[in-house]
Write a protein that binds this ligand. Structure first.
Ligand code: AMP
Length: 191
């Protein structure tokens, strides 16, 4: 089983590259951001609560996203592996994921961290906002808050995974094809 975490700040290209990876390696894509947006579109109670935080660029509670991931793992027992995109985002989520994977499958093989400069991130997110329809991509102060959440709560995960010898940095600037080639070269070492 090939379980991969795609790690990086908002706008680093995780969603785009996750799509390339699942197609090439036939894995299941688990994006908590996409799951939350589906809850919002379905106007569920969970979605309405999550929207209040997402609209401010804040993280939703760990228990909410951990619960969603657990459901997906339980519902995809035949999967060849998973690409986690936008999850985990806190150390508590990462520990919960390790526990869940022990129960449902195999541990994470590799954490691929997309490294992109701050100016490039803001530029990409605001550009994406023109077409994504995502309110949290269109407002500069929300974008800034998402980056602050990332730096304070998510970036410490890099050392969590480095301590497990799973963290690999990948240059996240360049063409989509070049970045995908670098990601694939790393994944091939584990598949
Ligand atoms: P994303 O599509 O991954 O950029 O996520 C959009 C928003 O959904 C984030 O700014 C958070 O408000 C929320 N979100 C997505 N994934 C998580 C997560 N793993 N933990 C907490 N909040 C999340």
């Amino acid at each position: 089983m090939l379980n991969i975490v795609l790690f990086g700040p908002p706008g680093s290209g995780k969603g785009t590259q996750a799509q390339n990876i699942i197609e090439k390696y036939k894995l299941v894509h688990l994006s908590t951001g996409d799951m939350l947006r589906a809850e919002i579109a379905g106007q569920t109670e969970l979605g309405l609560e999550a929207k209040k935080l997402m609209d401010k660029g804040e993280l939703v509670p760990d228990s909410v996203v951990i619960g969603m991931i657990e459901n997906k793992l339980a519902g995809n027992k035949e999967a060849k592996g998973f690409v986690f995109d936008g999850f985990p985002r806190t150390v508590a989520q990462a520990s919960a994921l390790d526990d869940l994977l022990e129960k449902y499958g195999n541990p994470i093989k590799v954490v691929l961290s997309l490294v992109v400069s701050e100016e490039e991130l803001t530029r990409r997110i605001l550009e994406r906002g023109k077409t994504s329809g995502r309110a949290d991509d269109q407002n500069e102060s929300i974008v800034r808050n998402r980056v602050v959440e990332y730096r304070t709560k998510t970036e410490p995960l890099a050392s969590f995974y480095a301590a497990q010898s799973k963290l690999v940095n990948i240059a996240g600037e360049g063409s989509i094809e070049e970045i995908f080639a670098a990601l694939s070269a790393e994944i091939n070492k584990h598949s």
